[in-house]
Design a protein around this ligand. Structure first.
Ligand code: HEC
Length: 134
């Protein structure tokens, strides 16, 4: 009898887990890469290399393209707090095009993204970043 009551409870609990379902077996650790691929890749390119030929040149609509995040642009000049701010607010405040993710991602997901972006950088940039911000 008890077991019969437990089964729907278990289904209820696991069914309510808001974690992303396409994350497969390693759902315990938030995968920054999976979150990135789902939310950011479309604009910033796989592995953060950017999509535009030159991110410093405005496009036909007068907007700057999404810059690379992989260490070749100036993402690594910004502290983790500033990166979080950009993820939260997007670029609108600065007249930019990036959407705000404040209400779309959890704090843990945003942190996993910042860690993932850091992982995209070459070793020497990570070292310089650590010297500046860690
Ligand atoms: C619709 C396209 C778009 C999406 C989706 C997008 N971005 Fe952006 N991002 C931009 C643009 C364009 C800029 C340049 C500033 C602006 O115009 O808003 C930018 C700027 C940034 C910057 C500042 C880079 C720098 O060198 O200063 C960071 C960090 C960033 N994006 C991270 C992310 C992350 C993380 C995600 C996913 C959660 C994401 N972006 C999703 C378009 C996008």
């Amino acid at each position: 009898m008890k077991l019969i009551l437990l089964i729907p409870l278990i289904i209820f609990i696991t069914g309510c887990n808001p974690g992303d379902k396409d994350n497969g077996s390693d759902s315990a650790a938030l995968s920054g890469e999976a979150i990135y691929n789902k939310n950011c890749l479309g604009c910033h390119g796989s592995k953060g290399q950017g999509l535009a030929e030159d991110w410093k040149v405005k496009d036909a609509n007068g907007n700057y393209p999404p810059p690379p995040l992989n260490g070749t642009a100036h993402t690594w000049h910004h502290s983790p707090e500033q990166l979080l701010y950009t993820i939260n607010k997007g670029g609108v405040e600065m007249g930019g095009q990036m959407p705000a993710f404040e209400d779309l991602l959890s704090e843990a997901e945003k942190q996993a993204l910042i860690d993932y972006i850091y992982d995209l950088w070459p070793k020497e940039i990570q070292t310089r970043y650590d010297e500046m911000f860690k």
